[in-house]
Every structure is written in structure tokens, then in C-alpha cells.
Design a protein around this ligand. Structure first.
Ligand code: IPM
Ligand code: MN
Length: 354
């Protein structure tokens, strides 16, 4: 029987609650589709940091490298200064494991309330391919005359031809494999950021020659936020840089029904990838059994697809669609009409028999 070594980092706040349901569903899928999941739990997060002063031990990176994939709950603790855990765990893992793609499907499932007037599941189904290791996220920059009235703060955006090209190439391949509208939109800011986006545009134009079957398009990042609201049906696959991708995928999450459902993958196609619900640790709902676990469940489904268990991954997605379409009153924490555990049970039950 095929077996996978999975590192599980439940993390902070409601992370452990949603991961429990995700694991429940993954186990139902593994039984049904005949593979084995060997789960190894890691306690990285705010509690461990407050207890030991350690964010992520160096040995952890190497240990995680030995796994087939990582499933992450949530990072962020109310007693820890913002940035320490996010940078020390989430961003460090993305960088050190060279997870150079952040893959964010934006899909409106049946029965889900959409804030856009007159838009339904047939209109909202696209994927954002966000570069995940460069741009403004590299942490380059400096202060000059810090704390004085003449202070200068420089924050650098690093765009390498290598990093940009591999991201664009991934997006074309992904678009081809997805085989839907076969349309790839480059989202940038070529009219103002004329160094970074010149490089992106040139790389995009060169790579597209290799993909005559893919229609290409360009949108400025400010304009794309408008189109997400007005004409989301225009998009199939979008490729963009780290910062723009961060911003537009939060808007994407809202038009697909909110953080309760939005999942993402940090992908290294040649290495170890990490899957996560993109909502935060939601401290105020912690321990109440009211948080929506569907985003974590969807992240688990994406992980299975990535591992080559496509059928099992698709079955999880179809099961989630049954649950949103036929059961949940809302996706919001405390308003679902079911507890966190019950939502996990519902999905797992569909996975076992759908
Ligand atoms: C995301 C998050 C992270 C990011 C934060 C928590 C560092 O917002 O995954 O989109 O900015 O990438
Ligand atoms: Mn974000």
C-alpha cells in the first residue's frame, strides 16, 4: 500500500481544532482510496515559543524536509508580538523549503453566500499563482537615521529572472493541466514599477511562446481588484508576485465566501510542499468548537491531489460541496448550524460513501 509521511503542525488558536477535522477527513479518504498516512505532529507555534523562547529549531527544517508534505493549521498568538511567529515559522518554512509557489484556488461552492450581487458558482472559479519566495517578502532594506525626524526606511523588492521565470512557467503548466478556459492573466503594475514589472513582462512574453494553446492577458493589480468584484468570470489562472498575490487572494477569499473556506498550498514542485487554511488562528473562537474547519479540510484535499492521490482529493472537494450545498446555514464561525466536529463528521461521511 502506498504510504505518505505527513508532518502536521496544528499551530495556534483554532489551528488544532480545524486540523483535527482535516485529519478525520484525510483518514476517511485514505481508507476509501487505499493508501496510508503516517502523521508526525509538531508543536511549533505561540505556546511553545512562550514556554521555551524557541520559534523554530534549526533541526526542524531538516526533519520536515524528510516528509512528503506538511499540513499546517494556523500561526499567530495574542500574547506574541505580531511578526515573530509569522516570520519565524510560516515565512521561514516557505523560504527554507523553497516553496516558490503559493497556490490559491478561488471557487464559490454551492450554497455559499457570495457578497457579489448576481454572481454564482458558475462565475467564480479561478486560481491565483502567487510567487512565494521573492519580491517585498525577502526582508531586504534598511533604516537610516532611525527615530529622528529625518528617518529613512527602505524596503526592497527583489525579483530574479530565475525566480520569476520558474513561477511563470509553473502557472502556464498549471493552466494547461487545469484545462478549463486555458487563459493565463499576468497581474502586475507595468505602468509604474518599471524595473520589476519590465522583467516580469519580458519573462512572461518569452515563456508564452512555448504555450501556444494558452490564451494570455494582462491586468494591473489595482484594476484586477475591480474585475474580481465586477467580472470574476473573466479569470481562469492568474500569475503575480508575492505582495500583490498576498493582497488579491484575500479579496479572492471574500468572494468565495470568506476565510472559513479558503485554502492554499505553498508548493515546491521538486521538494516538500505545505498546505494551510489561509484564515488566521482566530483566538476569540479558540476551544469553543464553533470555527469552520472546511478551509483546513480543503487544504487536506489539495495536499492529496499534490501527492498524486487526485481521485481522493477530488472526492474531498465534492464532499465539501455537498456539505455547503445541503447542510451548512453559513460559513461563519458559530453560525454554521453545526459544531466544528459535526462539520468534520459530515464531510468524512460523504468521503466514505460518495
Ligand atoms: C498569507 C499570510 C502571510 C503572508 C502572513 C501571515 C505572513 O497573510 O499567507 O497570505 O503575508 O504571506
Ligand atoms: Mn495574506
Amino acid at each position: 500500500m502506498k504510504s505518505y509521511n505527513i508532518a502536521v503542525i496544528p499551530g495556534d488558536g483554532t489551528g488544532p481544532e480545524v486540523i483535527r477535522e482535516s485529519v478525520k477527513v484525510l483518514e476517511a479518504a485514505s481508507k476509501r482510496y487505499g493508501f496510508n498516512l503516517d502523521l508526525h505532529y509538531y508543536d511549533f507555534g505561540g505556546d511553545r515559543y512562550l514556554r521555551t523562547g524557541e520559534v523554530l529549531p534549526d533541526s526542524a527544517i531538516d526533519e520536515l524536509r524528510g516528509h512528503d508534505a506538511i499540513l499546517l493549521g494556523a500561526i499567530g498568538h495574542p500574547q506574541v508580538k505580531p511578526g515573530i511567529l509569522e516570520k519565524g515559522i510560516l515565512l521561514r518554512l516557505r523560504f527554507e523549503l523553497d516553496q516558490y509557489i503559493n497556490l490559491r484556488p478561488v471557487k464559490l461552492y454551492p450554497g455559499v453566500d457570495c457578497p457579489l450581487k448576481d454572481k454564482g458558482p458558475e462565475d467564480i472559479d479561478f486560481v491565483v499563482v502567487r510567487e512565494n519566495t521573492e519580491g517585498l517578502y525577502v526582508g531586504g532594506g534598511a533604516f537610516l537615521r532611525k527615530g529622528t525626524p529625518h528617518e529613512v526606511a527602505v524596503q526592497e523588492s527583489v525579483n530574479t529572472r530565475y525566480g520569476v521565470e520558474r513561477c511563470i512557467r509553473f502557472a502556464f503548466e498549471y493552466c494547461r493541466k487545469r484545462n478549463r478556459e486555458k487563459k493565463l492573466t499576468l497581474c502586475g503594475k507595468t505602468n509604474v514599477l518599471t524595473f520589476a514589472w519590465d522583467l516580469w513582462q519580458r519573462a512572461f512574453d518569452e515563456v508564452k511562446e512555448e504555450y501556444p494553446d494558452i490564451e494570455t492577458d494582462y491586468a494591473h493589480v489595482d484594476a484586477i481588484t475591480m474585475w474580481f468584484v465586477k467580472n470574476p468570470e473573466w479569470f481562469d489562472v492568474i500569475v503575480t508576485d508575492n505582495m500583490f498575490g498576498d493582497i488579491i487572494t484575500d479579496l479572492g477569499a471574500m468572494i468565495q465566501g470568506g476565510m472559513g473556506i479558503a485554502a492554499g498550498g505553498n508548493i515546491n514542485p521538486e521538494g516538500v510542499s505545505m498546505f494551510e487554511p489561509i484564515g488566521g488562528s482566530a483566538p476569540k473562537y479558540t476551544g469553543k468548537n464553533v470555527i469552520n474547519p472546511l478551509a483546513a479540510i480543503c487544504a487536506g484535499g489539495m495536499m492529496l491531489e499534490h501527492l498524486g492521490q487526485e481521485e481522493a482529493g477530488r472526492c474531498i472537494e465534492r464532499s465539501v460541496m455537498e456539505v455547503t450545498g445541503k447542510h451548512l446555514k453559513s460559513l461563519a464561525a458559530g453560525k454554521m448550524g453545526y459544531t466544528t466536529t459535526e462539520v468534520g463528521d459530515l464531510v468524512a461521511d460523504y468521503v466514505s460513501r460518495l
